[in-house]
Design a protein around this ligand. Structure first.
Ligand SMILES: Nc1ncnc2c1ncn2[C@@H]1O[C@H](COP(=O)(O)OP(=O)(O)OP(=O)(O)O)[C@@H](O)[C@H]1O
Length: 323
């Protein structure tokens, strides 16, 4: 097994092909112990496929993949013993109670019954489900089911917990509860790998993330550092005006870091939002819509790909020069 300063997950030129289609295209990943690491990307980017390779569910097609310094190709069983996995489908047994679901799952890891029961009760308390131990899974809300799948993934005291879109489909309250639990796990020293297409989730939880798009990693870093490097502190959105006139003037100011037109909106990136707004006012070019707001990870993704993370509707236009 690897030493504690080594990455716990290390992929080098990792590839997954389905026939002639390449779902994961020669990606490099390095997840350090204790990190919350995010795979961020829109539907179809290759996040789940990557997770399935890491969890040994889907054989790799090319490159190398090591978890705890062991090869997933030759040591999948040993690796899986130290992983906790929360897949997109909960596959809980609806006929069993909450407690029974955990105890049955503990059996797959060879955990003796008495210990399994004790561990299950601890986990139900941790996930705030202790009052539901005797309830059939069928009768749980979506948020409770998700917390139960996280509890189940922790039954073997994993060193890494892998969560594939852990809050998709949850209401805001249930989502925040899951975030709280993920933070607690991290504080307890568990390495967390999660996939998401929610920017707020990635910003709130991840120490480091990679942007995936069409099977490739298009950038990686700390969430705030990515925003600062690509965008700056603010985005000024303009619509309903003369883009040609404004795009001629923009290169003349040092208040901006760049600008792009997506759909019918011009996005101007800046570290000097309020001054930029004043400067634009001084140009006397009318816009029917103006919004100055803090920059986000969504802006980074949009700038890099021309697409929005949460829907596939936007495409970048090339009809004005982009900085
Ligand atoms: N078993 C399979 N056979 C063929 N193609 C597949 C298979 N599994 C995934 N794909 C394709 O690989 C690509 C990546 O899928 P993947 O599920 O990894 O994306 P994702 O980023 O996790 O998206 P989502 O958020 O929708 O889960 C998609 O185009 C998908 O259709």
């Amino acid at each position: 097994m690897a030493a504690s300063a080594d990455p716990v997950i290390k992929a080098h030129k990792l590839v997954k092909r389905f026939g002639s289609f390449t779902a994961v295209d020669a990606i490099d990943l390095s997840v350090m112990p204790g990190q919350c690491f995010g795979l961020l990307g829109p539907n179809g980017a290759g996040k789940s496929t990557t997770v399935k390779m890491i969890t040994g569910l889907s054989p790799i097609t090319g490159g190398t993949l090591e978890v705890f310094g062991l090869s997933i190709v030759t040591d999948a069983r040993r690796i899986k013993a130290h992983l906790g996995v929360v897949a997109q489908d909960d596959n809980l047994d609806p006929e069993l109670t909450v407690l029974e679901n955990l105890i049955v799952y503990a059996g797959y890891f060879g955990i003796p019954k008495k210990e399994a029961r004790q561990r299950a009760e601890e986990l139900l308390s941790f996930m705030e489900l202790e009052g539901k131990a005797g309830t059939k899974v069928d009768h749980l809300s979506g948020g409770m089911k998700r917390r139960l799948t996280i509890a189940r993934a922790l039954i073997n005291k994993p060193k890494i917990i892998i969560l594939d879109e852990p809050t998709t489909g949850l209401d805001p309250h249930a989502r925040h509860t899951v975030w709280q639990k993920i933070r607690q796990l991290k504080e307890n020293g568990t390495t967390v790998l999660l996939t998401t297409h929610y920017l707020e989730e990635a910003s709130q939880l991840c120490d480091r993330l990679v942007f995936m798009h069409n099977g490739k990693i298009i950038d990686e870093g700390q969430p705030a550092a990515l925003v600062s490097a690509h965008i700056g502190s603010h985005v000024l959105e303009l619509a309903g005006g003369d883009f040609t006139a404004i795009s001629r003037r923009l290169p003349g100011t040092n208040l901006i870091n760049g600008f792009k037109l997506f759909g019918d909106t011009l996005y101007i990136y800046s570290n000097h939002g309020p001054q930029l707004q004043e400067w634009i006012k001084g140009l006397a070019i009318d816009f029917s819509y103006q919004l100055l707001r803090p920059a986000t990870l969504e802006d980074v993704f949009l700038k890099l790909t021309g697409r929005s993370l949460e829907d596939d509707g936007l495409e970048g236009k090339e009809d004005i020069p982009c900085a």
